[in-house]
Design a protein around this ligand. Sequence first.
Ligand code: GLN
Length: 487
Amino acid sequence: MSLDSLNTLTIKGARGLLDTKKISALDLTRACLRRIEEVDQKIKACLLVCESAALEEARQADKRLAAGEKGPLLGIPYLAKDILLTKGLNTTAASKILEDYIAPYDATVIEKLKAAGAILLGKTNLDEFAHGASTENSAYGPTKNPWDLSRVPGGSSGGSAAAVASDLCLFALGTDTGGSIRQPASFCNLVGLKPSYGRVSRFGLMAMTSSTDVIGPLTKTVADAALVLEVIAGDDDLDATTLKNSVENYSELLEGDMKGLKIGWPKEYFTKDLDKNILALMLSAKEELIKQGAEIIEISLPNTPYTVPVYYIITPSEISSNLARFDGVGWGLNHGQAEDLQSFYKQNRGQGFGPEVKRRIMLGTYALSAGYFEAYYKKALAVRTLIINDFAAAFKQVDLILTPTTPHPAFKLGEQVDDPLAMYLEDIYVTGASLSGLPALSLPAGFINKLPIGLQLIGPKLSEILVMRVANNLEKINNYYKLKANL
Ligand code: GLN
């Protein structure tokens, strides 16, 4: 393999070559940096590239490798969504309000990756504060889908997805509040894993919706997702919502057959409105699962029609509270002198936040205000419990649930950026698992008119290993990950 194309490797592939000293972390890092230099002007996945720091980290990793150290991500270059704090580096959340913000410390996930010897190449683009499904809400311009540059990569982790799909790095970190890892994975032919709520520390992640935010990997393969999760998962004193359960050796537990496994086919996700091409791909996955000995059982998640409405009340409510801190005093853009406090807020927040962020702050403030709180926020919380109960009842019948990830392949840039409702409906299949805190993974499931599309597997809380095992079995059969965007 030529040194120039090392960036196309999977983590697992690179691991073998690094451990047998056939390549160095420096070679690998240089190949990624070269690729970024060559193609990122077309895709615009990166908001920041830290070349010299990455090369230095690679040299350090090579020293550790030379000393015989082993580790799943030692010497592996990656990119992180720019909503994760990275000490000493600009961290913008793709917002003007944080244009000059330098993070004073590392997020726990970044710290864990550093300790594991992974190499941070830079930061990726996103919808401002992760509000969106196309990366068009970035204050720094949209990212393009490597499979078709006239289309969106999905969002909000669109920069991370486009980066992995065009081999700028071996993996990327995304965040998923209501689909933001899974949906871009579906649009870019990648594996996107949203771990159970609390499985990965959110310390140092700028809060969007604290009750659903989760950090997870975007990778080329399922085995790679397992390797990343192994490193980033776990309890953290700095995030009280993290789960105490010990972290499994996911990458060693991936093998296993599917005989006797019961897989749910929720009828509310497979309505007559579902795109015929997507249905066909879901049916072929279903056939494969049956061939492998799994049983497919039709189930009902009756409150599914309420997931998007509930999500779009709870999410803006939490956002309106979480984003209050960007007031120009503690954090955020500060234009200095103003006549009074109202004008001070207006000039900083008015100019610092983009239209979608403002829309959500207003929606959330409204839903939480006296007189409307009971009718909107409290009602949404009650229905959220019904949605959680639906999943709990389903998991008494089945081990996992299979659904599409997205209602269609990647749409055109600009096509629906002015239609918030259309954009919110992109999340129709992904918000249920978010509201319920369940692990869910998007796996490449095929192509429609040369555009990739994913399937989603949802499992009970902390069943990451089962979700990944089934995805790994399907991946071995379909091998879609081997198909690459032509750039
Ligand atoms: N599309 C969802 C939203 O706009 C996803 C956000 C996310 O997961 N960060 O809220």
